[in-house]
Design a protein around this ligand. Structure first.
Ligand code: PLP
Length: 334
C-alpha cells in the first residue's frame, strides 16, 4: 500500500515534467546574478505579481526574514498575528537577527487581524516607543482566504498611517484559486510578497520575495549576509518556474479533495472546521494521541495534534481520499 502523507503540502515530489525542466536548466553563478534560470524566474514572477523586482531564496523563512529586515531597521517594529508564521514559526528570526520588535495581535476566527486593533497598536512618534513600520499579513492563513475588500482596507490603513504592508503568501496561489482571481489581484495591495514554491506548487526547494527595486536590492544584500546566496541555483529555479507555469491550476483539485474529505469526516460525526482551500482542520481532543499510530498501520501519515491538520497536495488523489475516509470511519468505530 502506497503511503498517503497528509501532514503537509511540503512533502510533494517533483513531477516528471518538472524533473525534465531541472535537467534542461541553463545555469550560472547566481551570486554574480548570472544564472539565467534564476533571473528568468525572478523576472517572470515579479511581472506576474505586479512588482518591480524579485529575489529567489532557499526558504520561505528566509524570504520573510529578508522582507522584515528590508522594511524595518533595528529598534523598529512590525504588527503581526499571534498565529502568523513570521511571528510564531520562524525562530524569532526578525528579533534575533534584525533587532526588530514584533507587536503580535490575536488573529480573528477568519484569519485576519482586526484593523481597528491594528490601528490602535500603531505607536505614537515618541522616543519611549519602538517605531511601528510594517503590517505583516498571511494569506492563506491556516487554509483560510483573506477577502479582497479586507486587503483593500488594510492597504488604506497602512497608507494613511505611513506603514508598509508585507504579505506572507506562502500559499498565495491557493488563495487566488479559491477566489478565482489572478494572484496579482491579491498582491496589488502589498509592498512586498513572499511566495513558496515548495508547498502545494510542488517544487523541491525555494521561495521568491517580490517588491520594489530598492527593497529587493536591500534584500539581496541581506540574503548574502545570512548565507542564502546560492550558486548554480537555476536547477532549483527551473523547478519553481515550471511549477508556476504548469502546476497552479491543479491546486483546484487539492481544494476539491479537501472539501470532499471535510464533508465526509463531518458526516462521520467529526468536528470539522469549514474548508476553504487545501487544509482540513479536525478537532479530535484526547483521541488525537491514538490516531497517529492507527493511521500509520494503514499507511496514512498524519500529525498528532488535538486540532489535527490534514493537508491535500499533488501526491494525494481522489482514490486516496476515499481510503482516508474509510480509515477515519474505522477509527471512529474501533
Ligand atoms: C511554510 C511556510 C513558510 C516558510 O516555510 P519554509 O519551510 O521556511 O519554506 C512561511 N509562511 C507560511 C505561512 C508557511 O506555511
Amino acid at each position: 500500500m502506497a503511503l498517503i502523507d497528509l501532514r503537509s503540502d511540503t512533502v510533494t515530489q517533483p513531477t516528471p515534467g518538472m524533473r525534465e525542466a531541472m535537467m534542461a536548466a541553463e545555469l550560472g553563478d547566481d551570486v554574480y546574478a548570472e544564472d539565467p534560470s534564476v533571473n528568468r524566474l525572478e523576472a517572470w514572477l515579479a511581472d506576474e505579481l505586479g512588482f518591480d523586482a524579485a529575489l529567489f531564496v532557499p526558504s520561505g523563512t528566509m524570504s520573510n526574514l529578508l522582507a522584515l529586515m528590508a522594511h524595518c531597521e533595528r529598534g523598529e517594529e512590525y504588527i503581526v498575528g499571534q498565529q502568523a508564521h513570521t511571528y510564531k514559526y520562524e525562530g524569532g528570526g526578525a528579533a534575533v537577527l534584525g533587532s526588530i520588535q514584533p507587536q503580535p495581535l490575536d488573529n480573528e476566527a477568519d484569519g485576519s487581524l482586526d484593523l481597528a486593533r491594528v490601528e490602535a497598536a500603531i505607536k505614537p512618534d515618541d522616543f519611549h516607543f519602538a517605531r511601528t513600520r510594517l503590517l505583516a499579513l498571511e494569506n492563506t492563513m491556516q487554509g483560510k482566504v483573506l477577502p479582497l475588500d479586507y486587503l483593500a482596507a488594510a492597504r488604506e490603513l497602512t497608507q494613511r498611517r505611513g506603514l508598509n504592508l508585507h504579505l506572507d503568501g506562502a500559499r498565495l496561489y491557493n488563495a487566488a484559486i479559491r477566489l478565482g482571481v489572478p494572484a496579482r489581484e491579491i498582491t496589488r495591495y502589498f509592498d512586498s510578497a513572499s511566495v513558496c514554491l515548495s508547498k502545494g506548487l510542488g517544487a523541491p526547494v525555494g521561495s521568491v520575495l517580490c517588491g520594489s527595486s530598492a527593497l529587493i536590492a536591500r534584500a539581496r544584500r541581506l540574503r548574502k549576509m545570512v548565507g542564502g546566496g546560492m550558486r548554480q541555483a537555476g536547477v532549483l529555479a527551473a523547478a519553481g518556474l515550471y511549477a508556476l507555469q504548469h502546476q497552479v491550476a491543479r491546486l483546484a483539485e487539492d481544494h476539491a479533495n479537501a472539501a470532499r474529505l471535510g464533508e465526509a469526516l463531518a458526516g462521520l460525526g467529526y468536528a470539522v472546521e469549514p474548508v476553504q482551500t487545501n487544509m482540513v482542520y479536525v478537532q479530535l481532543g484526547e483521541r488525537a494521541a491514538r490516531l497517529k499510530a492507527f493511521m500509520a498501520e494503514r499507511a496514512i501519515a498524519v500529525s498528532a495534534a488535538p486540532r489535527l491538520r490534514l493537508v491535500t497536495h499533488l501526491g494525494v488523489s481522489p482514490v486516496d481520499i476515499e481510503r482516508v475516509i474509510a480509515a477515519f470511519a474505522a477509527f471512529r468505530d474501533h
